[in-house]
Design a protein around this ligand. Structure first.
Ligand code: 13P
Length: 259
């Protein structure tokens, strides 16, 4: 059975001491987690030190972005090679905050995805529509455009290393969570896009995460929803108790599936 994921996206939160304290507490909290891939995506400044702690655990380290060039005169940017050397295994790409605030285009996100794969980093590609696009019934069209551009010319052999996150922009940081039906529909459509471009088995193996106001109180219901294979968690990942509770929901669901 494919392993589900609980990934923490801290965004621009936690300085180095705060990151290390959280990580030390979390590793104790999650000692009994065996069925879930847990990923921490802290700010760049904390990556290396957290990585040194996580290397002794089953928890993975991820970054929140990278630059599409190998190296060079790109003041303020960070390369795939730097992330690898800081112990990263995953990298979030195309987050809506990158798309909307920093104006990243589909074309740039595609280049970043290829660069991540070239360096052996596993991309967590974020897709999602704005409220306006949903209200205009453009959700599926938007998801298709973002998906098609990102995965253009990506070989099927690379798909095992890719994760997709459906994050409706209107649900991010708003407390408004997608209903299980809304999430299931989007996830089903994304899986169809993978099946159409590749194969049914590639689509079934793809882990498609839901992100947007996931909390301990809604995690049980969402994780039991068809086609949801885990979560990308923002606000609720900033406290050990709430992130730990969400990880536990995923783990409990996986345990039930085994029986
Ligand atoms: P929230 O969980 O704070 O809504 O953020 C979701 C998100 O953007 C994760 O990448």
């Amino acid at each position: 059975m494919k392993r589900y994921i609980a990934a923490a996206n801290w965004k621009m939160n936690k300085n180095v001491p705060e990151s290390l304290e959280f990580t030390r507490q979390l590793t104790k909290y999650l000692l009994n987690i065996r069925r879930t891939d847990v990923i921490l995506c802290p700010p760049f400044t904390s990556l290396f030190n957290i990585g040194e702690i996580l290397n002794k655990t089953d928890i993975y380290l991820g970054a929140q972005n990278l630059h599409q060039a190998d190296s060079g005169a790109f003041t303020g940017e960070i390369s795939a090679d730097m992330l690898k050397s800081a112990h990263c295994k995953y990298v979030i790409l195309g987050h809506s905050e990158r798309r909307h605030i920093f104006k990243e285009t589909d074309a740039v996100i595609h280049e970043k995805l290829l660069k991540a794969l070239e360096y052996g980093l596993k991309p967590i590609l974020c897709l999602g529509e704005t409220l306006e696009q949903r209200e205009q019934n453009k959700t599926l069209e938007v998801l298709k455009k973002q998906y098609d551009s990102a995965f253009n010319n990506v070989p099927e052999s690379a798909l095992n290393n890719c994760v997709i996150a459906y994050e409706p922009v209107w649900a991010i940081g708003t407390g408004v969570v997608a209903t299980p039906d809304q999430a299931a529909e989007a996830h089903r459509e994304i899986r169809k896009l993978v099946a159409t471009q590749y194969t049914d088995s590639a689509a079934n193996n793809m882990r498609i995460l839901y992100g947007g106001s996931v909390k301990p109180g809604n995690a049980d219901e969402l994780i039991a929803t068809d086609d949801i294979d885990g979560f990308l968690i923002g606000g609720a990942s900033l406290e050990v108790d709430s992130f730990g509770a969400i990880v536990q929901s995923v783990e409990n669901f996986m345990e039930k599936q085994e029986k």
